[in-house]
Ligand binder design. Structure first.
Ligand code: CU
Length: 168
């Protein structure tokens, strides 16, 4: 009597564990769509750059693959007012003349020092930022080559507020 009860419960345990295994299979199947959903959420590669009152970018070289999705987040970590120490991040085309661009930018205060006449030389740009402000810009890395990025606030390029994007 006891033995048959034991067998009976063993059978029950086996049946239950069998059910458990069956249930596990669809659960594993559920994992695949979840992983797929994560892919778009990964999004562009984020490059965080800070600018400061010393007129320096924290990042001066960016390497990327052609067509790579990038997002630059610029933060002005300084404390001086925007009118005296504004910063932006402007990526120029490969054929742009950076010195000529910033020369034209000096008189382009109304458009945050990005000269409208040279808009065609801008691949990506953030807003001009005052102290403790951030802005971001998303773009695709252009064709292989070397590209200059800079802050177009008057004189900042001249004191070294610039860097290069190297696309391979
Ligand atoms: Cu600047």
């Amino acid at each position: 009597m006891k033995a048959s009860l034991l067998l009976g419960s063993l059978a029950l345990v086996l049946a239950l564990s069998g059910c458990g295994q069956k249930a596990a299979a669809p659960a594993a199947g559920d994992k695949a769509p979840a992983a797929k959903a994560e892919a778009p959420a990964a999004g562009p590669r984020v490059i965080e750059i800070t600018a400061n009152d010393q007129m320096k970018f924290s990042v001066t070289t960016i390497e990327a693959k052609a067509g790579e999705d990038l997002k630059v987040i610029l933060t002005n970590a300084g404390t001086l007012p925007k009118e005296a120490m504004g910063h932006n991040w402007v990526l120029l085309t490969a054929d742009a003349d950076a010195a000529a661009f910033v020369a034209a930018a000096m008189t382009a205060k109304d458009t945050d020092y990005v000269p409208a006449s040279l808009a065609g030389q801008v691949i990506a740009k953030t807003a001009l930022l005052g102290p403790r402000k951030s802005d971001e810009v998303s773009f695709k890395a252009p064709a292989p080559g070397t590209y200059v990025f800079l802050c177009s606030f008057p004189a900042h390029f001249m004191v070294g507020m610039k860097g290069t994007l190297i696309v391979k």
